[in-house]
Design a protein around this ligand. Sequence first.
Ligand SMILES: [Fe+2]
Length: 284
Amino acid sequence: MAGAVQFRPLNGDFGVEALGVDASAPLDESTADALRTAFERHRVLVLRGQRLPPAAHVAFSRHFGELEIHVLDEYHKAEYPEIFELSNIGRDGMPNAVHPDLGTLFWHTDASWQAAPALATLLYAEQVPRDGGHTLFADMIGAYEAFGEAERERFRGLAVVHDLHVSRQKAGYAGMTPAQRGKRPPVVQPLVRIHPPTGRKALFLGSHGQAIRGMDELAGRGLIERIMSHAVEPRFVYEHVWRPGDLVMWDNRATMHRATEYDTATEPRVVRRTVIRGETVVPG
Ligand SMILES: [Fe+2]
């Protein structure tokens, strides 16, 4: 029922909520088109009140492109390799005090460490904590456009080295195994990219971005930190406070995101995601 979809803005032109869509039911093409258009225009798309078992999650996601399977095998659900689950529920069914991915607490763009980074991520909340475990989204188009012309021009000439191995270590993990590292060596991405559906320019950064190519290490890191601090100013950020049944889809070509902490010892949090395969980045 295409005419039934309505949209409600979340933070100016950044983020939109779609009302009247059941993501678990087959979608007709005009509804799918309306959702794709809203997603491309607003970068974050929220659907609340869903019941989305893994098979329906995968089927809905396919309306937006081809799905990706993550390089870190430990996160897959056996029956649905396209689903990546983050859960703090132990074998006894209770919260186990272990955060499932500390890397999510840092501002990042999903899979920016791949030559062809993730286009979009669709995250569905099965269980959410009473407090914390929110997701913050930063608008990398708005942040880019707010810089002065001289800085924008300078940024357009720069390239950033992205490396999952280093960002995993920064989050307190051992890094990847040699086999995983062999599959995913560091990649170089432009600091400014074109957002293909709109032609607008977006900053492309996040915790996987380690250095600026050809720049002294400290100076490069300083510049990355300065740009990221600017991009996460409250005026560019939408904070999603999760309810069970929320499905949030974001455009990794034009956003960064991070999760906020929660009490992993007492509060269950179970979320599942799919990732839409992206293309090689076009410099802006
Ligand atoms: Fe993420």
